[in-house]
Design a protein around this ligand. Structure first.
Ligand code: ADP
Length: 721
């Protein structure tokens, strides 16, 4: 190939390349590629390109020159369709005819043949691009150029044919198909490129609309911390336009302190490659930010954040805490004023409550009193009362339903309930009934109001306020309940005191003459002569003793009831106590049954720290019972001990107590039917006193008994007392 051919090829190549670019710019993105108009315009342009190609040919022999127009027409037919190719072919033919020369027919034939064959190819293989496009480009190129070569040879002078075959076979059968393939591939590549770009644009649009419609605020920043993506909610929150944020960094948007804070968190996210989460409390809202790194493989290319408005969640959380606190408070605090102050303080954390009052309703005189009244414009005298007929407060009480009153709502209410304004008029007013705990009666109304801002309260605030009102209502009810309880307790206590005083007086009045009866019947017993009279005196004496015992028991129980029994502990010797009792019962035999005292062997002294009188009383009551319910055998009493404890006991061989009766004999006034085995007289108080006293001394009572065999009563005390 000589230089001229090379230059010509290069020029042609450049023009074809330019054509593919032209295609890329003007056609690949158009949607009307199939229209006639498009075909004609495209055809004219391709025709012009063909002219350009024909103007930069390389000459084979004088009048016979070549160019790459065949490649152009082939690709035009395959990519632009028949109309464009026919138009382009006509332009090409006219121009070639105009140039003239010896190769004019060959030139025109080339245009016609390539165009026709390629158009047919496209008709036969309409989807040629779908699979193995390069096979189609190559084979179509090869066939077209074989036909063109054949035509040129046929049309040439017969003496030139051999040289022509020699010179033109390689370019026509190899070079041209390869160039057709390259140009075709380039065009396909442009088409694919365009498709990818379209998809990208689509996904960009989708992504943008996705983040724009998100209820969250979203942004992305690059590594230099400039905003690259912001969604509309983020812009709205900052009251800025998108263009004011994009390509700007925080220091031009926020105050120094905030920008520094954001800078630090960005830096942390970028350096640590970790997601951070934080909450921010603004005057009008609370947000939760999740900030995370944007990474491309291992490289962090910036930070992104999703910011969610959690005001209502935050309020709920706060409210829960506040309510928990108030419910605890309501249990311990019994001062309404202090309680309401605390409620007010906490309520302010959740809703606008600068003006807050409680109006309690008094049914008797139909007035309202204000146990709590905090207002920016008004004040009231302590103890102030008023009737609030026609007021919103009264309306809420009557309806038993809370109200969020804006000027429109007020107008609406006015239509059927003429309202009257008391005090200063407020822009917005919120009232909730204070119900009694049975939710039957409205005891008052809780109110918050705002003098300036109509939009001071949302429906959500109203719901929260109702919860506060509920808490207050319950608390006031509780106070009332506590007050009643206190009153009841006081009256119960005074009646109890009265009972005790009465009993003390009565028993004193009975005991004094009884002692006289006992003393003088004793004297009579020894002084009287006749056996019969002695017997009478003895009956008087023992009856008086029994009566005294009963009175003492009743007195003890009364004192226990009144909580007037006190434990007086001292150090004393238990052996001594047992010996004293033994002496007492020996001196005053109550029955013929033998009494045995039993103390641990070799123990002369056993010091304990306890209430001597009560321990003595326990033993006396138990011994008396045993004597009462034992006919034959003996009654044994005493104590045992080990390192940690000692047990006093009374054992008898009496009538015993059945299992079922064992449980109830310690109750007051409980006696067991003894089936006339013994003539039991008593009050049913002895054992209950034993039980009460034992418990007072931290003793543990136990009983082992079997019917007709006897019983053993034991009380065990710990030694470390
Ligand atoms: P009371 O004044 O009737 O004796 P207590 O409270 O002392 O009242 O006793 C309650 C009942 O327990 C007696 O009525 C009796 O039935 C039964 N009881 C108490 N001690 C004994 C005992 N040692 N043996 C059999 N029964 C007994």
């Amino acid at each position: 190939m000589n230089l001229e051919i090379f230059v010509g090829l290069l020029q042609n190549g450049a023009i074809l390349l330019a054509t593919t670019l032209l295609y890329d710019i003007f056609w690949s993105s158009r949607s009307d590629v199939k229209s006639v108009r498009y075909g004609i315009v495209a055809g004219l342009i391709i025709g012009l390109v063909a002219i350009l190609l024909m103007m930069t040919p390389w000459t084979m022999s004088p009048g016979l020159f070549f160019d790459t127009r065949s490649v152009l027409y082939l690709n035009s037919a395959l990519f632009m369709g028949p109309i464009a190719t026919v138009v382009a072919a006509l332009v090409g033919i006219v121009y070639r005819a105009y140039i003239g020369g010896s190769g004019v027919y060959m030139g025109i034939a080339t245009i016609v043949l390539v165009s026709v064959v390629s158009i047919i190819w496209k008709k036969i293989f309409p989807n040629w691009r779908k699979s193995k496009d390069w096979v189609h480009l190559l084979s179509c190129g090869f066939i077209c150029h074989t036909i063109v070569l054949s035509a040129i040879i046929l049309l040439s002078d017969s003496q030139d044919r051999v040289t022509m075959v020699k010179n033109m076979s390689i370019p026509f059968l190899i070079l041209y198909p390869l160039i057709s393939l390259s140009v075709g591939k380039l065009l396909i590549n442009r088409i694919e490129n365009h498709k990818v770009r379209q998809k990208l644009e689509l996904s960009d649009a989708r992504y943008e609309s996705f983040i724009d419609t998100s209820e969250d605020m979203i942004f992305m920043k690059d590594n230099s911390r400039k905003y690259i993506v912001v969604n509309s909610n983020f812009c709205k929150a900052l009251s800025k336009q998108k263009y004011e944020l994009i390509d700007n960094s925080d220091d031009t948007i926020f105050t120094g302190e905030m920008s520094k804070k954001y800078y630090e968190s960005d830096l942390y996210v970028i350096n640590s490659k970790k997601t951070v989460r934080y909450e921010e409390v603004f005057p009008d809202k609370v947000t939760e930010t999740v900030k995370f790194p944007i990474s491309l493989g291992y490289n962090i290319t910036g930070v992104a954040a999703i910011i969610r408005d959690i005001t209502s969640k935050y309020k709920m959380r706060e409210l829960q805490e506040v309510l928990l606190y108030l419910s605890r408070l309501s249990l311990v605090d019994n001062d309404l004023d202090v309680f309401l102050q605390k409620v007010h303080f906490n309520m302010k954390k959740v809703i606008n409550a600068d003006n807050f009052y409680i109006a309690l309703y008094n049914k008797e005189d139909e007035t309202y009193s204000y146990p709590y009244f905090i207002d920016q414009k008004e004040s009231i005298e302590p103890g102030f009362k008023e009737q609030l007929k026609g007021s919103l407060t009264d309306y809420v009480r009557i309806m038993g339903k809370g109200l969020l009153v804006t000027p429109e709502v007020e107008k609406e209410i006015n239509n059927y309930y003429p309202l009257k304004v008391y005090g200063e008029y407020s822009q917005v007013w919120m009232g909730a009934p204070l119900m009694d705990s049975g939710l039957k009666e409205v005891i008052g109304v809780a109110v918050v109001q705002d003098y300036r801002d109509v939009a001071a309260y949302t429906q959500e605030d109203f719901n929260l306020f109702e919860i506060f009102a509920n808490t207050i209502g319950t608390y006031i009810e509780k106070l009332e309940f506590v007050r009643k309880l206190q009153k009841a307790k006081e009256s119960a206590e005074s009646s109890d005191r009265f009972k005790t005083i009465f009993l003390a007086n009565v028993t004193h009045d009975i005991r004094t003459p009884l002692n006289g009866i006992i003393g003088f019947s004793d004297i009579l017993q020894s002084e009287l002569d006749g056996e019969e009279h002695k017997e009478y005196a003895s009956i008087i004496n023992s009856s008086a003793h029994k009566l005294l015992y009963t009175i003492n028991s009743v007195m003890d129980i009364a004192k226990i009831e009144a909580g007037e029994i006190t434990v007086i502990k001292e150090n004393f010797c238990l052996v001594e106590l047992v010996k004293d009792l033994n002496r007492f019962f020996a001196k005053n035999p109550k029955s013929k049954v033998k009494i045995i005292m039993s103390t641990p062997l070799d123990v002369e002294k056993f010091e304990i720290y306890s209430d001597k009188m009560k321990l003595e009383q326990i033993l006396i009551n138990l011994i008396n019972n045993s004597l009462k319910f034992t006919i034959n055998g003996f009654v044994e009493f005493g104590f045992k001990f080990d390192n940690n404890s000692y047990t006093i006991y009374v054992k008898d061989t009496g009538i015993g107590i059945s299992k079922e009766n064992q449980k109830m004999i310690f109750e007051r006034f409980k006696q067991v039917d003894t089936h006339q085995k013994v003539k039991a007289v008593g009050t049913g108080l002895g054992l209950s006193i034993v039980k009460e006293f034992s418990e007072l001394l931290n003793g543990e009572i136990s009983l082992e008994s079997e019917l007709d065999r006897g019983s053993i009563f034991m009380v065990k005390f710990s030694r470390e007392q």
